[in-house]
Every structure is written in structure tokens, then in C-alpha cells.
Design a protein around this ligand. Structure first.
Ligand code: AMP
Ligand code: GLY
Length: 426
């Protein structure tokens, strides 16, 4: 089989690594890919949003399966365009991807079908929004309804902060078109967890629950980032809870989407808060999380291509999916200054020393090749994943490997996995 992976980050490197292990696959391409992916794939210089060029490439190279990493091309209708010319894609249609691309729509769907989430209201008029903020009080969460590269969520601790947030979204238009609708959402208290489900539109299989670390600072402080690390399995989600999330959240959502003429095939990612009244959904994504991919894919024993084919053919219920019962931790190495301004172009040393350790995988997120060396080329530079017998062992192994890697101004959090480690037995 010939596979094309669309994307260039750590998640897509994890896809490339996992897909390269499939005996069915003879050739992998990545558009545009990155230097880490280049070890498994031929990188072609086509951007993720250049759908015309991607379709043309896939036809010319007789690609059997295209795997889409990021949300933007899915929300833009890449799958529909490929399928219209008979090309197979792993990733939902534009109509189904609305579950991520429009938070107002997602919350409306959840409320219509009784899927556990929080109270919400949607506004286009700033005065109406201000009125509700004053009524609801704080803490409260304000969200630009559209896609804002993970930056459109404003958790407000005070009413003043929430009033300023209304202005940022609806008056100053800080998030552009993504902020045409503003969603006011009840603040939910509890630990977060990410649920990754594969679905063929009817059946859903959840792989290991994971936990991301969104803020830049240790102890979960400071501004949000794309994700500074992750681990799996997240013990906050017990096996019984995962089963209940499957039955009360994932399956009903897939059924609701189908009932509304939006059949969903691909990965459905549930972002949940485990409140004292049980799990509540704060968002759905139409794709795998990043850096969650870097910990959940290494714990998947089944051939990913078999799963993707079953999703596409509607035969997921006949496939036995096997998971590794160990744990994985990913530590993200970032450029100092991220998520604000940072410099790039620094050469990276110690990659080989880190990678040759047992049960360690180094995923590239923001790197480039310059005159034979690998250099930094983004905010999040690398994700260092280690697998171990339990969370503690995987955390220790991930930090030992991270310690081998050096570049100017490197920054990483030293407390990845802290919530799991604070629980007994880990
Ligand atoms: P999202 O992009 O929707 O995952 O939101 C980014 C972050 O904002 C989440 O990881 C949470 O930490 C926080 N957040 C979003 N919605 C809520 C909510 N309703 N209650 C509490 N925190 C939230
Ligand atoms: N790590 C969260 C996300 O990918 O949206």
C-alpha cells in the first residue's frame, strides 16, 4: 500500500512511525512532513491546506490511503474532495468535522442528545454577552466558536476578565472569523482527560485515555500552549469510567451526528473534565490530539492501517484491537520564549544518544535540516516519548532521554505526569 500523511508536527511523525511498522505498507509520503518523518517517508513540499495539489499528488502517485493529521484541512473539506475523485482518506468529512470547527454546534448537539457537558450560551452581540457574563458571574469560560489554533479559549477568573474577553472576541475581533460567534460556557472543575476513539460511523473503539499538559509552566501555570507533554494511561479515567464514557459520550455523539446527516468516520477525540459529578465534555476534536498521539500510538499493538481500513469499510466491530498494557510519557522540548516570541535555527545535539535508548522514541515537531545538522524550527521542537512498566518508569525514562538532547534556550517542563504520580500506586 502507498500511504500519504498530511501534516508536519509531532502527531504526524507519530503516525509516520506507526504506519511504517505495517507490513502492508510499501511506501509512505508526507506533505509537507519534517526531518523526523523523513526517516519513514518521502517528504513532498505541499502545504496541508493546498487541497488541489494534494489531490493531484495522490492521483499521480496512486496513493491508496491518505491520513490527515491536523483539523484545518478536515474542516475545510479535504476528505470530501478526495472522496469525490475516488481517493480513500482517513479523517471525517467537512460536515462531520464541524464537531470541532464550531463549538456552538458541538454544544448544541450535546444538549439536544443529553450528552454530559456544561451549560452554555452563544452570542454575536457584545451587549447581550456582557449581560450574561454579569448574570453568570465567575469563573466562566469564553470561547471563540470557530477554529483558532487552540488559542480561542479564555478561562476567566473574574467578571472583569470575562468582560474584557467579550471585547477581545466580539469587538476587537482578535480571533478573526473564528470569533464571529462567542460561546459562554460554565466553568467545570476537575482533572482533564483526553479520550481517543476510532469510529466507522456506528461502532466506536476507545484506545488508552491520556492527559495533556497544556500550560507552559510547571504546576499547570502560565499561558496555554499546543501541549507541553502527555502521558497514558491517565489513571483519573478508570476502566469503568472509560466504559461509561464510551456508552454515554462517544457512542451517543457518533449516533447523533449520523442522525443529523453527518456520518462520522475517523478519530473522534473527546476532551473531558472529570468533575465530582462525573465526566463532562468540554470539547470534541475531529482528529488525534498532539501530543496525545505521541503517547497513545506507541501503546497501540494493532496495525494502525488495519484499523484505518476497518474505519473506512465500516467493519470496526469485527476487528480485535490490542493495546500495550504499559505506560508512555512524552516530554516536549520547546524553544525558550514559546508560546510567545522565540528564536530558531539552533543546532540540536544528542538526538542519536536519546533515540538509541531502549523504549524511547523522539518525535520531531519543529525542526529543519541545515547543512547536515538538525536545527530548531518552531516553538515546540521535539517530543521525547518513553514507554515503561508504569507511569513512574515511563516518566523517568523520558526525562533521562530528554537530558541527552541539547540546544540553545531549550525549555521543557519537569513535572510531566505529576497528577498520575501524586496518585497512589504509580
Ligand atoms: P479547549 O481548547 O476547548 O480544550 O480548551 C482549552 C483549555 O481550556 C482546556 O484544556 C481546559 O483547561 C480549559 N477549558 C475549556 N473549557 C472549559 C470549561 N468548560 N471549564 C473549565 N475549563 C475549561
Ligand atoms: N492536545 C490537545 C489537542 O490536540 O487539541
Amino acid at each position: 500500500m502507498r500511504v500519504l500523511i498530511v501534516g508536519k508536527g509531532g502527531r504526524e511523525h507519530a503516525f509516520a512511525w506507526k504506519i511504517s511498522r505495517s507490513p502492508k505498507v510499501s511506501r509512505i509520503y508526507a506533505a509537507p512532513g519534517n526531518p523526523g518523518m523523513a526517516r519513514h517517508a518521502a517528504c513532498v513540499d505541499i502545504g496541508v491546506d493546498d487541497v488541489d495539489a494534494l489531490v493531484e499528488f495522490a492521483r499521480r502517485e496512486r496513493i491508496d490511503l491518505t491520513v490527515v493529521g491536523p483539523e484545518d484541512p478536515l474542516a475545510g473539506g479535504l476528505t470530501d474532495r478526495f472522496e469525490a475523485v475516488g481517493l480513500r482518506v482517513f479523517g471525517p468529512s467537512k460536515k462531520a468535522a464541524r464537531i470541532e470547527a464550531d463549538k456552538d454546534f458541538a454544544l448544541g448537539l450535546m444538549h439536544r442528545y443529553g450528552i454530559p457537558t456544561g451549560r452554555y450560551r452563544t452570542f454575536t452581540d457584545p451587549d447581550d454577552a456582557r449581560g450574561s457574563v454579569a448574570d453568570w458571574g465567575a469563573p466562566v469560560v469564553l470561547k471563540a466558536s470557530g477554529l483558532a489554533a487552540g488559542k480561542g479559549v479564555l478561562v476567566c477568573r473574574t467578571v472583569d476578565e470575562a468582560l474584557r474577553a467579550v471585547d477581545r472576541v466580539l469587538v476587537d475581533r482578535e480571533f478573526g472569523a473564528a470569533g464571529e460567534k462567542l460561546v459562554l460556557m460554565e466553568y467545570l472543575e476537575g482533572e482533564e482527560a483526553s479520550i481517543t476513539g476510532f469510529t466507522d460511523g456506528e461502532h466506536v473503539v476507545c484506545i488508552v485515555p491520556s492527559q495533556d499538559h497544556k500550560t507552559i509552566g510547571e504546576g499547570d501555570t502560565g499561558p496555554n500552549t499546543g501541549g507541553m507533554g502527555a502521558y497514558a494511561p491517565a489513571p483519573v479515567v478508570t476502566p469503568e469510567m472509560q466504559d461509561s464514557i464510551l456508552k454515554r459520550v462517544m457512542l451517543p455523539t457518533v449516533k447523533a451526528l449520523a442522525a443529523e446527516g453527518r456520518p462520522y468516520r475517523g478519530i473522534l477525540y473527546g476532551g473531558l473534565i472529570i468533575t465530582e459529578n462525573g465526566p463532562r465534555v468540554i470539547e470534541f476534536n475531529c482528529r488525534l490530539g498532539d501530543p496525545e498521539a505521541q503517547v497513545v500510538l506507541p501503546l497501540l499493538k494493532t496495525d494502525l492501517v488495519d484499523i484505518m481500513e476497518a474505519v473506512s469499510e465500516g467493519t470496526l466491530k469485527d476487528l480485535e484491537i490490542e493495546l500495550d498494557d504499559r505506560a508512555a510519557t512524552c516530554v516536549v522540548l520547546a524553544s525558550g520564549g514559546y508560546p510567545g516570541a522565540y528564536d530558531t535555527g539552533y543546532s540540536i545535539s544528542g538526538l542519536e544518544e536519546a533515540e538509541t535508548r531502549d523504549d524511547v522514541l523522539v518525535f520531531h515537531a519543529g525542526t529543519a535540516r541545515h547543512g547536515g545538522t538538525t536545527v530548531t524550527d518552531g516553538g515546540r521542537v521535539l517530543g521525547v516519548t518513553a514507554v515503561g512498566e508504569n507511569i513512574r518508569a515511563s516518566v523517568e525514562r523520558a526525562y533521562e532521554a530528554t537530558g541527552e538532547i541539547q540546544f540553545e534556550n531549550a525549555y521543557f517542563r519537569r513535572d510531566i505526569g505529576h497528577r498520575a504520580l501524586e496518585r497512589a500506586g504509580n
